[in-house]
Design a protein around this ligand. Structure first.
Ligand SMILES: [Zn+2]
Length: 142
C-alpha cells in the first residue's frame, strides 16, 4: 500500500510505502514513523498514488480542518530526535521541532526533555549555528 503522507517536521507532502515502519523525508531528512503519520491518500498502486500526487490540489487535501493535530508532539519530537543519527542532526531536529511547536524556546524547554542539559545544549546549538536568539530573549531554529 502506498500513500501520500505529510512530513511532521517540514509539512511537505510526499509518497511513502505505507508498509514501512519508518520513513525519511527527502526534504528535511527527518525520520518519522509511518504509523501515526497523516496519510492524505492511499492506494495499492504506486502509479495511482503518483498520479494523484501530481494532480493534487493541496488546498483540497490539506485544509486547516483536514489537518490532524499530533496528539503528543513532544513524544513525536523525541522519537525523531532518537532517530536523527549524529549529534548535530539530533540538535537540529530538536531546535526545529521546538521552534515549530512553541515559536521560540529557551533552556527551560530543553530541560523539560533533557533535565539539567538545557544550558549546555543551547550553547552547542549556538556554536553549531543551528539557532539564533530571538527578540524575546529566547531562541529559534535557523
Ligand atoms: Zn520533512
Amino acid at each position: 500500500m502506498f500513500g501520500i503522507v505529510v512530513c511532521p517536521s517540514c509539512d511537505r507532502k510526499r509518497i511513502a510505502d505505507l508498509k514501512d515502519e519508518t520513513s525519511s523525508c527527502p526534504y528535511c531528512s527527518a525520520t518519522h514513523r509511518i504509523v501515526g503519520s497523516q496519510v492524505l491518500y492511499s492506494n495499492v498502486s504506486q502509479d495511482v498514488v503518483r498520479k494523484t500526487f501530481k494532480n493534487m490540489d493541496s488546498a483540497k487535501y490539506l485544509g486547516p480542518e483536514a489537518r490532524v493535530k499530533d496528539p503528543d508532539p513532544m513524544s513525536s519530537l523525541m522519537y525523531q530526535y532518537e532517530r536523527a543519527g549524529d549529534t548535530r542532526n539530533k540538535y537540529r531536529v530538536l531546535a526545529y521541532g521546538l521552534t515549530k511547536m512553541r515559536g521560540s524556546f529557551n533552556e527551560d524547554d530543553i530541560n523539560e526533555l533533557f533535565p539539567g542539559k538545557g544550558e549546555k545544549m543551547i550553547r552547542m546549538m549556538i556554536d553549531g549555528e543551528l539557532i539564533i536568539e530571538s527578540p524575546d530573549g529566547k531562541y529559534v531554529a535557523l
